[in-house]
Design a protein. Structure first.
Length: 306
C-alpha cells in the first residue's frame, strides 16, 4: 500500500455514508483534528487495496494517533441541548411542561368565554322560554343600535343610539346585538329580547368584568293598536328619549301587526349565569327572565287593559 502525501487526492465517506472527494489528504487530516470527521473515516485512493480507515492509512496514521474520536452527540441536539437543561431533572421538566399547557388552556377558556358568553346566554334564554311553551318565531344578530338595520317586523323599535344603557363603557367596543322574538301559540302574546355584550374583548372583560345590555319586551295584540301608537308618539315615548336610565319602562305599538309592547332596558352581569366552563345556570336565568316578563305584562294590562 503506497504512503499518502499531504497532496494525495483521496475519496472519503461522510457520516451519512455518502461518498465525497477527491480531497487532498492534508485537508482530511485537518478536518479530523478539528473534530469534524472521525479518525476512522474511510478513505480510498488509486493505490489503496480498498477503503481504509484514515487512522490506519500509511502517511496519515502517525498524525492521527493522538486524535480521539469525537464525542457522540446526545440524541436530539447535542451539547447545546444538554447545557439548556443543565440542573433540571426530567421530572422537573415534565412538570414545567404540564404547567404551561394547563395555563394555556386556562387562557384559552378565558378568551373563548369573552368571545362567546353572549351567545351562551342567548341559548339559555331560548331554552328557558321554549321549555315554558313559547315558540321562537324570529332570531337575528346584527350591528349595535345606530348601525344595525331595522328590527324584525312586529318587534318594537330599538332605543336611540347614544343611550348610556345601550352603549359600551368608555374605551370598549360593543359586540353584535342579538334579537329574539317569541310567541305563545294559544294566546298570541309575544316576548322580545335584545342582548348585546358590552365588553366582548378579553382585555375589556378583565378590566370591567363582563357586561351586557338587555332589553325585554312583552306584547299583546290589541284592536286599537293604531290609536295607541298615535297616543304614544304624542307622548314622546321613553324609547325615543336620548338618555333613558336603566329600569325605564317604555311603550311602543306596531301598527302593522296590531301589537302593543312594554319594554324595559337594563344592564346584565353575564358572569351570574355563565361559569368559566360556559355552563349556564338555567334556573337563575329563567327566574330573572320570568320576573321581567311578568312585570312587563303587568304594565301592558295596567296601561291598556288585557
Amino acid at each position: 500500500m503506497s504512503t499518502l502525501t499531504p497532496g494525495t487526492a483521496v475519496h472519503w465517506t461522510d457520516p451519512s455514508g455518502a461518498q465525497q472527494g477527491p480531497t487532498p489528504a492534508n485537508e482530511i487530516v485537518g478536518r479530523i483534528e478539528r473534530g469534524e470527521l472521525s479518525p476512522e473515516t474511510p478513505l480510498w485512493w488509486p493505490e489503496a487495496p480498498g477503503w481504509t480507515p484514515a487512522n490506519q492509512a500509511p502517511g496519515l496514521a502517525e498524525h492521527l494517533q493522538s486524535v480521539a474520536p469525537p464525542t457522540q452527540a446526545a440524541p436530539g441536539g447535542g451539547h447545546a441541548i444538554d447545557a439548556l437543561m443543565a440542573g433540571l431533572s426530567d421530572q422537573e421538566l415534565d412538570d414545567e411542561f404540564l404547567a404551561l399547557i394547563d395555563r394555556s388552556w386556562d387562557m384559552y377558556k378565558e378568551t373563548e368565554k369573552a368571545a362567546t358568553i353572549d351567545e351562551t346566554i342567548v341559548g339559555g334564554i331560548i331554552t328557558a322560554l321554549v321549555d315554558s311553551g313559547f315558540v321562537l318565531i324570529d332570531i337575528g344578530t346584527g350591528l349595535p343600535p345606530g348601525l344595525a338595520t331595522a328590527p324584525p317586523a312586529g318587534a318594537p323599535a330599538a332605543p336611540a343610539a347614544g343611550s348610556p344603557v345601550g352603549a359600551a363603557p368608555s374605551g370598549a367596543e360593543a359586540g353584535p346585538q342579538h334579537s329574539l322574538r317569541f310567541e305563545v301559540p294559544t294566546t298570541g302574546a309575544r316576548v322580545t329580547v335584545e342582548l348585546q355584550h358590552l365588553t366582548p374583548g378579553l382585555a375589556a372583560s378583565k378590566v370591567l368584568n363582563h357586561r351586557a345590555n338587555l332589553v325585554v319586551g312583552y306584547g299583546e295584540r290589541l284592536g286599537n293598536a293604531g290609536q295607541i301608537g298615535q297616543a304614544l308618539r304624542s307622548e314622546v315615548a321613553s324609547a325615543f328619549v336620548a338618555t333613558p336610565e336603566p329600569g325605564t319602562v317604555s311603550f311602543d305599538a306596531d301598527i302593522s301587526s296590531g301589537y302593543v309592547y312594554a319594554r324595559i332596558e337594563l344592564f346584565l352581569e353575564p358572569d351570574l349565569y355563565v361559569d368559566d366552563k360556559l355552563a349556564v345556570d338555567h334556573d337563575l336565568l329563567r327566574r330573572h327572565i320570568a320576573a321581567l316578563v311578568h312585570t312587563m305584562r303587568t304594565f301592558v294590562h295596567t296601561r291598556f287593559g288585557s
